[in-house]
Design a binder for this molecule. Structure first.
Ligand code: DGY
Length: 321
């Protein structure tokens, strides 16, 4: 029986899989994220860690775990909370959960596009506020997205799934991507690959789907925001630090862009105070993958990765160092 540290509560089917494989799951049940001291204490002697994005898995954790540790299975597609090179150096496999959350996250990105362009959160706040309102010709006019250009930064699975949704709403799609995008999807969607500068300068909506790495930190900088159309909107469902949040607040305040929809924040869960009282801003509490079905799929995939590695088999979805 191997000890598997699960750094926070996950849907039960994930735990069941670990236990059916004969492993002991030690689950941090809260309240709140697992404190660092608890993580360092509980990881000692563990063979696997099933980690949530709230926990940083780095050299200190690997040292605390000791030589028994064989796999870190992140319950997320993003894995910027894990020091992958340190894990590789220690011979520890890292896995993530791509695929199972593609549609849920693309749905949230599409929802943010509609919310910000059609002023939906602002309208909802008005109705709830009890302030007087009534239909009128010029009340809370938004902007159509049909015929507008979506710029997808990172045409991986989620970016492609968003592009598919946007096409159904009548948008055209350009994208920029580090590697090759899926050629079949690109041709089906009529999506055009462009340089990042052109994407930001010509798109009506820019949506971020790149991983957070040293290269993408503040990819959306003050300078980059200045190149966007004044009528454009920015959507971020990837990771907060990809956007320089202070620069974004300045850009909104000075009318450089028209609005923003954010599901993630630079210093999550803190939100820049300059965003909080703006009506051209839609803020969600990192809900990208937050459906029962998707979170269950993520927990099950993380558990299957863990069980595979502990059985000496290749993981299903390994992260490349
Ligand atoms: C992910 O999978 O990276 C999400 O942000 C977590 O819900």
């Amino acid at each position: 029986m191997a000890r598997v540290l699960v750094t926070g509560r996950i849907p039960q089917p994930g735990i069941d899989l670990l236990e059916q494989a004969g492993h002991e799951a030690i689950v941090w049940a809260g309240p709140g994220p697992m404190p660092r001291g608890e993580l360092l204490r509980c990881v000692e002697g563990a063979s696997a860690v099933v980690s949530l994005i709230s926990e940083r898995i780095d050299a200190e954790v690997l040292t605390a775990a000791g030589p028994s540790l064989r796999v870190v299975s992140n319950v997320a597609v993003g894995y910027n909370n894990i020091d992958v090179p340190a894990c590789s150096a220690a011979g520890v496999v890292v896995t993530n959960t791509p695929g199972v959350l593609t549609d849920a996250t693309a749905d949230i990105a599409m929802a943010l596009i509609l919310m910000v362009t059609r002023r939906l959160a602002e309208g909802e706040r008005l109705v709830r506020s009890g302030r007087p309102w009534g239909w009128s010709m010029f009340t809370m006019l938004g902007t159509d997205i049909r015929g507008r250009q979506l710029g997808v930064v990172g045409m991986g699975q989620i970016g492609t799934a968003l592009a598919r949704r946007a096409r159904a709403f009548g948008m055209s799609v350009v994208y920029s991507n580090r590697g090759e995008a899926d050629p079949a999807a690109v041709s089906e969607l009529g999506a055009r690959r462009v340089e990042m500068d052109e994407l930001f300068a010509t798109s009506d909506v820019v949506s971020l789907h790149c991983p957070y790495t040293a290269e993408t930190l503040h990819l959306v900088s003050a300078a980059r925001l200045q190149t966007m159309k004044q009528t454009a909107y920015l959507i971020n469902t990837s990771r907060g630090p990809v956007v320089d949040e202070a620069a974004l607040v300045d850009a909104l305040a000075s009318g450089v862009i028209s609005g923003v929809g954010l599901d993630v924040f630079e210093h999550e869960p803190e939100v820049h105070p300059g965003l909080l009282d703006r009506d051209d801003v839609v803020l969600l509490p990192h809900l990208g993958s937050a459906t029962v079905e998707t979170r269950t799929g993520m927990a099950v995939l993380a558990a299957r990765n863990t069980v595979a590695v502990l059985a000496g088999q290749p993981p299903l979805t390994a992260v490349r160092a």
